[in-house]
Design a protein around this ligand. Structure first.
Ligand code: NAD
Length: 368
């Protein structure tokens, strides 16, 4: 009996629907293999939902997102909705979905495909074979801590305040995600904070140390200050396996790591919540790029980040490692042998369209 999995597709705006259409073809390929069957729901999010329903995400869409096994998201936003009120801007729909699903661990793999080693801003020998995973706590820390705000002082000057705050529970739950991932990778976690100058960082270090000793003695744990981590990522990124860190440092370090790979159109992400008593865990998957209004509708968007987000979904939400790995290997072969979309086109070779890249990928998968 093939287990039936449910998933919700939210293509969103701009290039979102164009790249999601290619991911959908890959889903159909997985289904045709007979290894899984999917019940697929699709709805609007972001600007498309504002146009259709007047809000960037409806209560019904949120309810469906909570009910399904995983959500595959495209991207939202664009100049068309620049003047809508702040509270219902397209991005508010994305933030609400993440908050309602209680997904707290943002996974950003930074993997360098051999075919694109030259696209990195670092020397080829520093990035060839690079495969690191950054786990960023994403619903706590200084972006959410209280007190916050801007106040006017008695002398008329103003003061802006944000608060970095982490509890033991928040650190442990994101720590477990990082340690679990490391077990399936090279078995090494580097925990990043500023324990030298921040009490929240000191607590972070203490909790990670205790968690590793109590539950993950088989995984090696190192600690690094965030500023040093930024330097080490630029100097010798291959020293890392899994990096785990809070919201602010993770925001910055994951963008730095992303650029080591050289292309926005190839970078997927996953955001996971806690497992419930039945072992079910919310999973939200999306490319890291936005809706790219400058190229939307031209048929030239790179669909690979969306397709690699689907591979992460199969791996982390559906436990379908073989299919996830097959998709990743097929992407690598397409980048090496077939044409590429303009964003990563090889010098001297004609660029191909979004659909043609999807065709090449499906042909690779069909040949397996
Ligand atoms: P962007 O990622 O959309 O685009 C940056 C540049 O990269 C553009 O030149 C674009 O053409 C290119 N690009 C991005 N993805 C590509 C792909 N798959 N293939 C080829 N080229 C690609 O970022 P931006 O321009 O800062 O933002 C555009 C809109 O997207 C804004 O409304 C922003 O708010 C929104 N946005 C949404 C998300 C999200 O939904 N998670 C994330 C970032 C930005």
């Amino acid at each position: 009996m093939i287990p039936n999995k449910t998933l919700l597709l939210l293509p969103g705006d701009g290039i979102g629907p164009e790249v999601m259409a290619q991911a959908r073809r890959v889903l159909d390929w997985v289904q045709s293999s007979g290894r899984a069957s999917f019940t697929i729901f699709q709805d609007h999010a972001g600007g498309a939902a504002i146009d259709a329903y007047g809000v960037p995400v409806t209560d019904a869409t949120v309810a469906k997102a909570k009910e399904v096994d995983a959500v595959l998201f495209g991207s939202v936003g664009g100049p068309k909705w620049d003047s809508v009120p702040f509270a219902i801007r397209p991005e508010a729909g994305l933030l609400r979905l993440r908050a309602e699903l209680q997904v707290f661990a943002n996974l950003r793999p930074a993997k360098v495909f051999d075919a694109l080693v030259e696209s990195s801003s670092l020397k080829p020998e520093l990035v060839r074979g690079l495969d690191i995973m950054i786990v960023r706590e994403c619903i706590g820390g200084i972006y959410f801590g209280e007190p916050r705000g801007i106040e006017t002082l008695p002398d008329g000057s103003r003061r802006g305040v944000n608060t970095e705050v982490y509890t033991t529970r928040e650190i442990e739950r994101v720590g477990r995600v990082a340690f679990d991932l490391a077990r399936k990778r090279q078995g090494r976690v580097c925990s990043v904070e500023k324990a030298n100058v921040m009490e929240s960082g000191l607590l972070w270090r203490q909790v990670m140390t205790a968690l590793q000793a109590a539950e993950y003695p088989d995984v090696s744990l190192g600690h690094m200050y965030a500023d040093n981590c930024a330097m080490q990522l630029a100097k010798n990124p291959k020293q890392f396996d899994v990096i785990v860190t809070g919201n602010l440092f993770g925001d910055i370090l994951s963008d730095l790591a992303a650029m080591l790979t050289g292309s926005l159109g190839l970078l997927p992400s996953a955001t996971l919540g806690a497992r419930d008593a039945t072992g079910r865990r919310p999973g939200f998957y999306e490319p890291i790029h936005g809706s790219a209004p400058d190229i939307a509708g031209k048929g030239i968007a790179n669909p690979m980040a969306q397709i690699l987000s689907l591979a992460l979904l199969l791996r982390y939400s559906f436990d379908m490692e073989e299919d996830a790995a097959a998709i990743e290997a097929a992407v690598e072969r397409v980048l090496t042998t077939a044409g590429r979309t303009p964003d990563i086109a090889a010098p001297g070779r004609a660029a191909i369209s979004t659909t043609e890249m999807g065709d090449a990928l499906i042909a690779e998968l069909a040949a397996l």
